[in-house]
Ligand binder design. Structure first.
Ligand code: FPP
Length: 245
């Protein structure tokens, strides 16, 4: 094996397979500049594009983004409308990039709650990219970790009722199988921007063993350089999954 190949192998080991991000700080970014909140979300969309590109460059296969939580529905109607139209714009403008890089789009969350136009656009792009295997962009929309677990438990309860599931055999694996994207590996790295140190109901089941990375950078300022810094920090950590050295 050449030195170059060995280094490449090592680099791959250090790169997380799945990165999940709580994109926070759009509103504060805008406020600091005396701009409407939506401008912060617009710049946040640019960060999404930059990070998606950085994933392709570094070999991160799965990227899950917390784009809209179940709690976000209480925001002012105009902000929600603005966010939804940004999403549609993003899906339309980014579709060719997904095709070029063979990236599959997926959604997790209570998708039925979303405006019909968002659903239509998202389902169209999901269908068009469903066969790609190079990477996955997973958007969490109207998503809540507790809601996801409750939805899984309800499906399992139905299975028990129809006697398709033996209640004595319900274990961690069973619950995992009824989550929104059961085949996606758990995140290796969870990033949260804007200095908040909370999980905020994101991927509660899946982040049991994830490494956490918090940064003060506001999401609209989080671009390739900041993403690389997070990956560097990740590569320095030693994950033991409860085992000894
Ligand atoms: C949190 O910032 C951010 C959101 C609730 C929405 C995230 C949406 C985007 C980045 C843009 C659209 C998404 C995609 C996938 C194209 P905040 O508004 O809570 O900020 P604050 O805490 O500073 O007020």
């Amino acid at each position: 094996m050449t030195d170059e190949k060995r280094t490449e192998g090592k680099r791959k080991e250090c790169v997380p397979r799945h990165v999940a991000i709580i994109m926070d700080g759009n509103g504060r970014w805008a406020k600091k500049r005396g701009l409407p909140r939506l401008k912060g979300h617009e710049q946040g969309s640019e960060s999404v594009r930059a990070v998606l590109r950085a994933c392709r460059k570094t070999g991160v296969k799965y990227l899950t983004l917390y784009a809209f939580s179940v709690e976000n529905w209480i925001r002012p109607k105009a902000e929600i409308r603005g966010l939804m139209s940004l999403l549609i714009r993003f899906l339309r403008s980014e579709e060719h990039e997904l095709h070029d890089n063979k990236v599959r789009l997926r959604l997790i969350g209570r998708i039925d709650d979303l405006p019909k136009e968002v659903q239509k656009e998202a389902f169209r792009v999901m269908k068009a990219t469903e066969h790609y295997e190079s990477g996955q962009l997973i958007l969490a929309l109207s998503y809540g970790g507790r809601t996801e677990i409750a939805d899984a438990v309800r499906k399992i309860a139905r299975g028990v009722k129809t006697m398709e599931i033996d209640p004595e055999k319900v274990d961690e694996k069973t619950i995992g199988q009824y989550l929104y994207a059961p085949d996606v590996p758990d995140p290796d790295l969870l990033i949260r921007t804007s200095g908040e140190m909370r999980v905020s109901n994101f991927l509660l089941w899946q982040i049991s063993y994830s490494e956490f990375y918090f940064t003060n950078v506001l999401w609209p300022d989080f671009r390739e350089k900041q993403f690389m810094e997070a990956l560097e920090e990740y590569s320095r950590r030693h994950r033991r999954f409860g085992d000894v050295e």
